[in-house]
Structures are given as C-alpha cells and as structure tokens.
Design a protein around this ligand. Structure first.
Ligand SMILES: CC(C)(COP(=O)(O)OP(=O)(O)OC[C@H]1O[C@@H](n2cnc3c(N)ncnc32)[C@H](O)[C@@H]1OP(=O)(O)O)[C@@H](O)C(=O)NCCC(=O)NCCS
Length: 171
C-alpha cells in the first residue's frame, strides 16, 4: 500500500513581530528577511511529510501583496499541498495582523518545491499527501498545472545556464 500523510500533519506556524532591524528604507519588513523565513518554515513542513533530509529544489515566486509595517504581527503558515514521486510542493501563506485593531491581511504567498534525499543524497520516494479542507483540496487540485509549468521552466533554466558564462568581467 502507498504510504500516505494528511496535509494537516505537515502544517507549521511561525509568528513574529517586526523590529527596526528587520525593515527596509520604507520602514516595512525587508523582503529578503521574509523570504528566508518562508524557506525555513517550508523546509520544516517538507521534513514533517517525508521524515528525511529534503532540499529546496525551487521557489516558484514570492508574491508580496501588501507591505508589512512594524505595527503588525506576522504569522507564516506552511503545509505540503501536493506530492510527486520524490518531490513535495509546499505552500506558505503570510498573514499580518494589526496589533491594535486586529485587522488581518494576506501579505504574501509562495510555493516551494522540496525533494527528499536518501543517505546517498539521491532523490527518494515520498508518501502521498491527502488533502481534507476546502483550501487544501483547491491547492491540491491546482498543483498539477503548477508542476507542469515548473517542469517547463526547469528545462528553460537549464538551457539558459548552458548559455551563460562563468567568467567575471574583470578577468
Ligand atoms: C533538487 C535536486 C535534488 C534534484 O535532483 P535531480 O537529480 O535533478 O533529480 P530528478 O531530475 O530525478 O528530479 C527529482 C524530483 O525533483 C523535481 N525537481 C527537480 N528540480 C526541480 C525544480 N527546479 N523545481 C521543481 N521540481 C524539481 C523533479 O520534478 C522530480 O520530482 P518527482 O520525483 O516528484 O517527479 C538537485 O537538483 C539538487 O540537489 N539541487 C540543489 C538543491 C539545493 O542545494 N538546495 C538548496 C538551495 S541553496
């Protein structure tokens, strides 16, 4: 029987506040900081799913939908939405909450792909993920299209890398 795991078993949350050292010139959260947190939490969801070492194979995009001010608390939620043979798609949702009014916004979203590795560092099969809630099912159903786009993009990236030079301009 194929091993399965529910999406809820992979769910992770991380809440933090924005300090002056975390902001850009506009006094809102620095994008690079958020991207590091996204990769961090997504890697935990992937590990909870496969219970092996897993590496980030790609990040589709990070869509910054609204700026995050210092008056907000930030909550990242991540979970595995889809699995291939050895890969796992992880979705990260960033919810901000104004600490005085309680008003919430989706400030950013991201999809990342992780690949489970065996002791020999080669990709190994992962359990299938089983969605249950409406949101999980919707993300699971739309994942096939995203996987297709990723495959296409990966081929393009390989062609692109073949064309690029590794020589620095001062050499
Ligand atoms: C990701 C990696 C393990 C894939 O290894 P590979 O030998 O090319 O593996 P394969 O071509 O057999 O692909 C294995 C799976 O990964 C998926 N995959 C590989 N590259 C991918 C990419 N760029 N985006 C999405 N999925 C990818 C494949 O679709 C396949 O999925 P499936 O088994 O579910 O069908 C390898 O490219 C690697 O080690 N990359 C560096 C990862 C890393 O260091 N991450 C940290 C970033 S600093």
């Amino acid at each position: 029987m194929v091993e399965q795991r529910f999406v809820k078993e992979t769910r992770c949350y991380k809440t933090f506040r924005v300090f002056p050292t975390d902001v850009n010139n506009y006094n809102t959260l620095f994008g690079g900081k958020l991207m590091a947190y996204i990769d961090d939490i997504a890697s935990i969801s992937a590990a909870k799913h496969c219970r092996r070492s897993a590496v980030t194979a790609s990040t589709d995009s990070v869509d910054f939908l609204s700026p995050i001010p210092m008056t907000a608390s930030v909550c990242l939620e991540s979970f595995v939405t889809y699995t291939g043979r050895t890969s796992m798609e992880v979705f990260v949702k960033v919810i901000t909450e104004d600490m005085l009014s309680g008003e919430r916004h989706i400030a950013a979203t991201s999809f990342l792909t992780f690949v489970a590795l065996g002791e020999d560092k080669k990709p190994v099969p992962v359990p299938q993920v089983v969605p249950e809630t409406e949101e999980e099912i919707q993300l699971h159903q739309t994942a096939v299209g995203r996987a297709h786009m990723r495959r296409h993009r990966r081929e393009e990236s390989k062609k692109f890398a073949d064309f690029l030079t590794t020589t620095y301009s001062w050499e």
